[in-house]
Ligand binder design. Structure first.
Ligand code: NAP
Length: 249
């Protein structure tokens, strides 16, 4: 895609799932990538072996901690000389009902799923000297909700708000967009895909009749990061096989 070759991209949570597919796709498009990981060191190292050390940097950081977001960006700049693309992908999901949710649950999920994206953006922007693109991974759960999403949905709705607020603040040189995936085949959705009945209910409401692949999010990230999307900012692209528009309530 136009404008990606030679660019430096930070992908948070790149060792697994959507982040991994994104790191691979961006390197296929000619980017140099920073593979951020937190717990999945082995997978991160395996990914770096595939991409090659010349075109990647491994960096362990808990994006729920502001100082670690800063270190991630500083290491990127030291190694590659700048930042062009930031993919705020890192996130986790835990089902929580109102009865069981605690203050710690709320704080941790907001820290990792939202605060990390804000501070990775804040620290990266001064180094986006040739313009830039930020892509945030939200969720259809941030546009609607499902049972037991007392913490997850607010984090993902916040990512939509953060995308729009940053898009205004950073225009015209930096574009900021979000992707709202439906059910994608990663470890995060294993519990749903392992439940035959729940999967069937979901697929019955999904026009494309299947779950998505991480690569089908990565291709949209690459598009939004590239010059092919040069007139798109503040937008949320839903990638869910048609589930959301068909949803009957
Ligand atoms: P996944 O396979 O569970 O991967 C989650 C990634 O986030 C891992 O790479 C993990 O890194 C990273 N992560 C979690 N906590 C972190 C922290 N504190 N610091 C740094 N990295 C951290 O899930 P996924 O499906 O690829 O999810 C990626 C993003 O897509 C998430 O934001 C998720 O909410 C969103 N999403 C997914 C779906 C779906 O259906 N899969 C749908 C909508 C939205 P380590 O393993 O190294 O700790």
């Amino acid at each position: 895609m136009k404008g990606l070759s030679g660019k430096v991209a930070i992908v948070t949570g790149a060792a697994r799932g959507i982040g991994r597919a994104t790191a691979l796709r961006l390197t296929e498009e000619g980017c140099k990538v920073v593979i951020n990981y937190f717990k999945s060191e082995k997978q991160a190292k395996e990914l770096q072996e595939i991409i090659g050390e010349k075109r990647s940097l491994l960096f362990k950081a808990d994006v729920g901690k502001v100082e670690e977001c800063k270190s991630l960006v500083e290491a990127t700049v030291k190694h590659f000389g700048g930042v062009d693309i930031l993919v705020n992908n890192a996130g986790f999901f835990e089902p929580k009902s109102l009865a069981e949710v605690t203050e710690e649950d709320w704080d941790r999920m907001m820290d990792v799923n939202v605060k990390g994206a804000l501070f990775c953006s804040k620290f990266s922007v001064p180094y986006m000297k040739r313009g830039g693109s930020i892509v945030n991974i939200t969720s259809i759960a941030g546009l609607t909700s499902f049972p037991h999403r007392l913490t997850y949905t607010p984090t993902k709705t916040s990512m939509v708000g953060l995308t729009k607020a940053l898009a205004i603040e950073l225009a015209p040189n930096i574009r900021v967009n979000a992707i709202a995936p439906g059910v994608i085949e990663t470890e995060m959705t294993y519990w749903l895909r392992a439940d035959e009945e729940a999967s069937k209910r979901r697929l019955d409401l999904t026009p494309l009749k299947r779950f998505g692949k991480p690569e089908e999010i990565a291709s949209v990230v690459a598009f939004l990061a590239s010059d092919e999307a040069s007139y798109i900012t503040g937008e949320v692209i839903v990638v869910d096989g048609g589930f959301l528009f068909l949803r009957p309530y």
